[in-house]
Design a protein. Structure first.
Length: 260
């Protein structure tokens, strides 16, 4: 074993050996630590690499074991791909390609289940009729909730690229509301006639939009139509066995499957 070397990769410290770092001489690390490419030092004298420190653990573990080990819920494949491309470790590049093929196959067969709920809520608000003259008004508002589960993380990301919340005058992707890679809960309201725009923000009421069509979702019928359109474009079809026909037609449960 060679003497230990401490690396500072993007602010995260790793300790390894010179033999590990040069185990693939034709790689970027092999060139850096064989003297072919000069290395930088941090204030503590550690070798400094200005790359992502968190992802480097997978690079280093591959150098140690020749195996690419990723957690089951790994969500940074794009970032890992860019880092692997930088370090140019050819066997790791091949291992990553195999991993991506494996994940792609696992994503092909998938299930999508959506449970819908709707209720009516009374909203009270003030209306400015003239300078210094206000009146109190109220109206019924439709409130929607959708609990979405899919075994395909990629589909939920696709859904997140199509559906946006409208709140405080801005549109924001629903992707930021993912509870975990497989679950998503949406809560939104239909527009209320006469309700001033600022009241939506004041009362924390989010509306739901489809982009790039720029269409507001004011009913479950429109929501179901849009989700079916997105899901079927991704290879899903309606499960003929579940749910019960009455539940599907009444917009209570949507269950889709995909076989590829």
């Amino acid at each position: 074993m060679s003497e230990p070397i401490t690396l500072n990769v993007g602010g995260k410290l790793y300790t390894t050996s010179l033999s590990t770092l040069t185990s693939f001489p034709d790689s970027m690390l092999g060139a850096m630590f064989s003297g072919k490419i000069p290395t930088k030092k941090d204030s503590q004298g550690n070798c400094f690499i200005d790359r992502d420190g968190k992802i480097f653990r997978y690079i280093l573990n591959f150098l140690r074991t020749s195996h690419l080990d990723l957690p089951e819920d790994f969500q940074e494949m794009g970032l890992l791909r860019r880092e692997v491309d930088f370090y140019q470790i050819q066997p790791l590049i091949e291992a990553l390609q195999e991993k991506e093929i494996e994940l792609s196959k696992a994503e092909k067969n998938a299930m999508l289940n959506i449970t819908l709920d709707q209720k009516t809520q009374t909203v009270h608000f003030t209306v400015r009729e003239a300078p210094q003259i206000y009146s109190l008004s109220s109206s019924n508002m439709e409130v929607f909730s959708a609990h979405i589960f899919s075994t395909s993380c990629l589909f939920l990301k696709l859904l997140g690229s199509k559906l946006y919340y409208c709140f405080n005058g801005n549109l924001s992707s629903i992707s930021s509301y993912l509870q975990d890679p497989n679950h998503l809960t949406l809560d939104w309201v239909a527009s209320v006639e006469g309700l001033p725009e600022e009241e939506y923000t004041k009362q924390n009421l989010k509306r739901l939009w489809v982009v790039p069509d720029n269409k507001q979702i004011n009913s479950f019928q429109v929501f179901v139509e849009e989700v079916l359109k997105i899901a079927m474009s991704d290879g899903f079809c309606i499960d003929s066995a579940h749910p019960h026909t009455s539940d599907f037609t009444n917009n209570k449960i949507i269950r889709l499957i995909r076989y590829k």
